[in-house]
Write a protein that binds this ligand. Sequence first.
Ligand code: FAD
Length: 260
Amino acid sequence: MKILVCIKQVPDAKDIQWTENNTMKREGVESVINPCDLYALETALDIKKKFDDAQIYAISMGPNQAEKALKETIALGCDEAYLLCDKKFSGSDTLATGLTLSAGIKKIMPDFDLILCGQYASDGDTAQTGVGIAQNLNCNQITYVLEITEITDNYVVAKKDNQNNFEYIKSPLPAVLCVMENKTKELSIATILGQMRAQDSKIKVLTIEDIGLSDEQCGIKGSPTYVSKVFRPIHTRKCEVIDNDKAVDFSQNLVNEVRN
Ligand code: FAD
């Protein structure tokens, strides 16, 4: 069983800072693995418990500092980790990010069985990257996955959160799964042995040439979308909290107000 986990490094939600242009400050801010990606990784580690021959590779596209996140994945049990890092990747929108990750995946694990992404990244939050990868690699995809309930060498069954109900989706392998945070699941903690392995490990860095993409496909040149404005919303709505004992009077007044 060959599994790839997509890992995005994001600013720690506890330490969000803003620049004077109202963009998110990324330099000098504590970074962590995107929360959904930790659940994607946990899903892979669960599979490894069932398949002795399972191999888990982590992949990330980002600056050099993303090596820290990838080392953490090794400490938690990934076999290898790859960083797609090149100045030409910077300024990528979701289309270019999905294409770059797909090219990286084709290079490092072309015969994968399963790609596990987070459902969304806590900073960009478009939820487009995973489905983009599935499209690029011509693969089945299951989104909003809470857990895998069954997996064999040929197919996977995943429990999907539909907000009002759950669905169990069966898909042949290979497939791409976009995994949600699942608070009923406990995340693994790195063992001392795992941390030592991570310290000794070398993250393999791949550039644009290594993954065989052209300048036109990556970064700003490969990104048809652009950010026209970044701003923080100003909340003008006023909110009033009504005590239970005043709620009936209040709703009657509100009805009168609307009628008039
Ligand atoms: P989602 O699609 O919500 O993420 C879903 C899942 O996909 C994640 O949980 C993770 O598993 C996987 N994933 C997402 N991104 C990565 C990644 N990089 N590596 C591995 N797995 C990943 N961002 C910058 O940091 N620098 C820039 O210069 C920059 N320029 C941009 C320019 C434009 C015009 C636009 C539109 C966006 C730019 N971005 C930039 C944002 C960047 O495109 C997104 O962060 C990226 O495409 C992922 O989208 P998302 O954050 O919405 O992730």
